[in-house]
Design a protein around this ligand. Structure first.
Ligand code: SAH
Ligand code: SF4
Ligand code: F3S
Length: 472
């Protein structure tokens, strides 16, 4: 259960939302048009979920939410610092907004998310982007209403940053992007300190949400029309390690599985070192937990994995893959891989390709190593030259695409449950839905089906998506 402090905090933030509402209502009346807000999200599912909470506060405070940042009166960038190009994208947006802010004196710009937990980033913003009005970090997302209120009363930059905060504040508003599916946080932060990764530095130590709070949230979501949940954490299968009462990720899955009306459960991301047979057995015995596993490899070289602090060897990783395929023969397996980690030799890279050939991923996301300030690997000697990384990256991409195109054929001809998500972006006459494997399928059907589960026979594979026919 939430602590007394957390309950008090939620109450306080709701009071701030009301105070903002008073200001917004007065301004709307004066301007004779509603103030608009736009939330721009970079990064992972965790940030996407955080943005839904930000939109929740803004909506309740009376802003009209719009998509076009250049037209908005309040723009908030929820930032990501996982790789340098994520940072660069933010600076591009900020530079572009300068001229729009000159034209619209009501315009306010806010920044939050992982980049804001990096002191050198905040220094750069203060120096080079003086048109930013407010900054807050990942540990005080729940204080967003308070920070916004303070900013509305001030012409100065308002900064609210904390190093850490173990407080989990429940029951604040959120507005979902999709009515029929939702992310649900189960852990916050990460304790693994992979040597390349900024996440533990910007998201703090791992702490698990109480099972009862998670189950209650999902029950409420189901009541509100949600059919599918994605349990979110940087390392979901170490869920519960901080409880000390033995309640594990497998136990949580069992509880979530029993929620009536919920149709699909996914989770992301598990760490290979924490995979248990028990979790796989719960998945096998459940009708709701998707047989889809995203299990980051990072590298197939045991010596590189050691320097990455991943705590498994090439053989141990492959052993986990074998266990997964033994218990869940129809699993869809995906991964993340980094190429060009400091000191990566041709031999190391060959090891990675070996694992890819053996694991036969349905999809793999490959990244060129990007040094992050403050992480150990950024200071490692033998940084790999860009042209070498690029060559390996291209080779690996081709290898993965060849394998996953072949793998996707194994589902052609099968009839599968599909959650209908939208009208197809490419072809208005088609609907787009998501398979158990999380891949997309396009098929003819009436748009009234959006948000419901239907049976679709997969007719043709296009590698990353399918064309299918809905069952009559
Ligand atoms: N918690 C997840 C990963 C989150 S970050 C996990 O451990 O599985 C998502 C992916 O970004 C990582 O899996 C990794 O492949 C990639 N990544 C992280 N830091 C990186 C860096 N410095 N350079 C390149 N890719 C990186
Ligand atoms: Fe980063 Fe490793 Fe934690 Fe994943 S497990 S978030 S890669 S430190
Ligand atoms: Fe990026 Fe932060 Fe997620 S660094 S990947 S948004 S946890």
């Amino acid at each position: 259960m939430a602590t007394l402090e957390a309950i008090e905090e939620a109450k306080k933030q709701r009071e701030y939302i009301q105070k903002i509402k008073e200001i917004i209502t007065a301004q709307d009346a004066k301007r004779k048009k509603p103030l608009t807000a736009c939330v721009v999200t970079f990064g992972c599912q965790m940030n996407a979920r955080d943005s839904e909470k930000i939109v929740g506060v803004l909506t309740e405070a009376g802003y009209e939410i719009i998509e076009d940042e250049e037209q908005a009166d309040f723009i908030i960038f929820n930032t990501c610092s996982i790789r340098e190009n994520a940072n660069t994208r933010l600076y591009g947006h900020l530079g572009n907004l300068k001229k729009f802010k000159r034209k619209n004196p009501d315009m306010r710009i806010g920044l939050c998310g992982c980049m804001m937990q990096e002191p050198h980033v905040v220094e750069k913003i203060k120096k080079s982007y003086p048109h930013v009005d407010l900054i807050f970090g990942t540990h005080n997302l729940y204080q967003f209403a308070q920070v916004l209120y303070e900013s509305l009363l001030s012409d100065e930059l308002v900064i609210e940053l904390m190093d850490k905060n173990p407080l989990i504040v429940e029951d604040l508003p959120s507005v979902r992007k999709f009515p029929f599916k939702s992310g649900v946080n189960i852990t916050f932060g990460c304790n693994n300190f992979c040597t390349f990764c900024i996440v533990p530095h910007v998201r703090g130590r791992e702490h698990s949400r109480e099972p009862r709070d998670i189950v209650n949230e999902i029950r409420a979501l189901v009541k509100d029309g949600v059919k599918e949940v994605m349990l979110l954490g940087q390392n979901v299968n170490s869920y519960g390690n901080d409880f000390k009462d033995g309640f594990s990720f497998a136990d949580l899955l069992r509880e979530v599985d029993q929620i009536e009306g919920l149709e699909r459960i996914r989770y992301m991301s598990p760490h290979p070192k924490d995979f248990t047979r028990e979790v796989l057995e719960v998945m096998r015995d459940s009708k709701k937990i998707c047989h889809q596993i995203h299990m980051p490899l990072q590298s197939g070289s045991t010596s590189l994995l050691k320097r990455m602090n991943r705590v498994y060897s090439k053989e141990q990783y492959l052993e986990v893959v074998r266990m997964i395929r033994e218990i869940l023969p129809d699993v869809s397996l995906t991964t993340d891989i980094i190429v060009g980690f400091p000191g990566e030799t041709e031999e190391d890279f060959e090891d990675t390709c070996d694992v890819v050939r053996e694991a036969r991923y349905d999809a793999a996301y490959t990244f060129i190593y990007s040094p992050r300030v403050g992480t150990p690997a950024a200071k490692f000697p033998d940084q790999v030259p860009a042209d070498v990384s690029k060559r390996r990256f291209d080779y690996l991409l081709h290898l993965i695409q060849t394998i996953s195109a072949k793998e996707s054929l194994r589902f052609v001809g099968t009839t599968q449950k599909v959650l209908v998500e939208s009208v197809s972006e490419q072809d208005e006459t088609l609907l787009t839905g998501r398979l158990d494997s999380n891949l997309l399928v396009h098929f003819k059907g009436d748009r009234s089906l959006i948000g419901s589960m239907v049976n679709v026979t997969l007719k043709e594979s296009k590698g990353f998506y399918y064309f299918g026919e809905i069952e009559a």
